[in-house]
Design a binder for this molecule. Structure first.
Ligand code: HAM
Length: 418
């Protein structure tokens, strides 16, 4: 029996893996420049962490979590997202006592039992940021602008920042009540999910893909028209600060996010180039979550983006990030093999990426391998070259050949290839 990987969970290898590394390095450097420090949390958490934060009535909790009982009969879940674990860790490690302003970032796999398709997987990686202790709308605008500049750095084109607000505990209940009453007469034509969630989560109708629900949602009023004065001011200030930072955005009147913990600012960054999976990432404020998970009153805002979606958008450039093979030693006989073996080791210790043949292959097939590995140079090194005291270094793109003295091979190669 051939054992396969689990549906929606991918192996990542050449050439894509080089792009992954490049993206990770770029993201990491960018976040660090803006004052974020990395946090790594476990992949598995107690299930209750997610039911209490992401929300009981969300798709993630209702349909998508990998939940199981461990040998001690405790309900555990493979993390479907990174925000709740970061809040849990921050409280458990008392980070807010050390510094009430925290800016953290993470990078790692998340798990959701979704229907796999291009850009949507069951194991996917997220890079995310979370800030704690800052209520000023300044951080909302700074964070969004930081992400826009990250994507510019990665040379991503045609992205849109969609900005909205989901209000707070004062204004949202009024809006929810209004929406519920407006939806009530249409309840029979809504999809089963929207019907079930009408009481707890009527805003989800804005995110439903069902055509009838979409039609019904299209004529509903927007949360933005129901914002209380402080939420209104916050939203206006975020917009002003975004303009100040020269970040373009569109106000999305019906933007709702698939997680329950948001308050005030919500946003998504989307592309037109990934079909249905248009969100490069999404985030928002969650000023109540720290308190709800047992911590002190702490304003917070964050964002997470999907690595696979970035890699899909940058796919064409994968080969650019492949490390260059500086030299391939083509060795036709035992004498050459012995010398190349020690020489390659010495050069590798000096950080020169080189490769040798291990399998007694013919010179022709070694040259083929050198081509396949895109070696910049090939050094043909056999008994006759060693006896004559010089070997030929061939530049594979210019085809220029040079004689190199065998007695000084290591130094001469270092000089040319470093
Ligand atoms: P989210 O919108 O659920 O937010 O996910 C963020 C991003 O993760 C999505 O926009 C998408 O790029 C990627 N993503 C989500 N699900 C999948 C999937 N099945 N396959 C591939 N990529 C996927 C959150 O997770 C929040 N924790 C974001 C946040 C941080 N809010 C505040 N802080």
């Amino acid at each position: 029996m051939n054992i396969k990987s689990i549906k929606g969970m991918n192996d990542i290898f050449e050439p894509q893996i080089h792009l992954w590394r490049f993206v990770e390095d770029t993201v990491r450097k960018h976040f660090e420049t803006f004052g974020y420090t990395e946090i790594k949390t476990p992949i598995v958490e107690y299930t209750v962490l997610f039911t209490r934060s992401v929300g009981d009535s969300t798709d993630i909790v209702q349909k998508e979590m990998y939940t199981f009982n461990d040998r001690n009969d405790e309900s555990l879940t493979l993390r479907p997202e990174g925000t709740a674990p970061v809040v849990r860790a921050m409280l458990e490690q008392n980070l807010l006592n050390t510094d009430p302003t925290q800016k953290l970032f993470y990078w790692g796999p998340m798990f959701r039992y979704e229907r796999p398709q291009k850009g949507r997987y069951r194991q996917f990686f997220q890079y995310g940021i979370e800030t704690f202790g800052i209520s000023s709308p300044r951080i909302d605008a700074e964070l969004i602008s930081m992400l826009v500049s990250l994507y510019e750095k990665l040379d991503l084109k045609e992205l849109t920042v969609r900005l909205g607000s989901v209000g707070c505990q004062t204004c949202r209940p009024v809006y929810k009540k209004k929406i519920t009453s407006l939806l009530q007469p249409s309840i029979k034509i809504l999809c089963e999910d929207c019907q079930k969630r009408l009481d707890k989560n009527p805003l989800r109708v804005f995110d439903c893909k069902n055509p009838t629900c979409k039609e019904v949602a299209a004529v509903l009023p927007s949360m933005l028209d129901f914002l209380c004065e402080p939420c209104h001011q916050h939203f206006d200030q975020v917009r002003d600060d975004l303009v100040r930072l020269k970040s373009t955005f569109v106000v999305d009147k019906t933007l709702v996010r698939g997680l329950d913990y948001y308050t005030r600012t919500v946003f998504e960054i989307t592309t037109t180039q990934l079909g249905a999976q248009s969100a490069i990432g999404g985030g928002g404020r969650y000023d109540k979550l720290v308190e709800e998970l047992g911590g002190p009153v702490t304003p917070a805002i964050g964002y997470a983006g999907g690595v696979e979606r970035l890699v899909l958008l940058l796919g064409e450039t994968a080969h650019q990030h492949k490390p260059n093979l500086k030299v391939f030693f083509a060795v036709p006989d035992k004498k050459g093999q012995d010398l190349a073996f020690t020489l390659a080791h010495a050069l590798r210790l000096k950080n020169i990426f080189c490769e040798i043949d291990y399998n007694d292959r013919s010179l022709k097939s070694q040259m083929k391998r050198a081509h396949r590995l895109q070696a910049e140079n090939v050094l043909i090194l056999g008994g006759s070259e060693i006896d004559q005291g010089s070997a030929v270094l061939r530049n594979m793109s210019t085809k220029v050949q040079e004689n190199i003295e065998i007695g000084n091979l290591e130094e001469e190669l270092l000089r040319r290839l470093s």
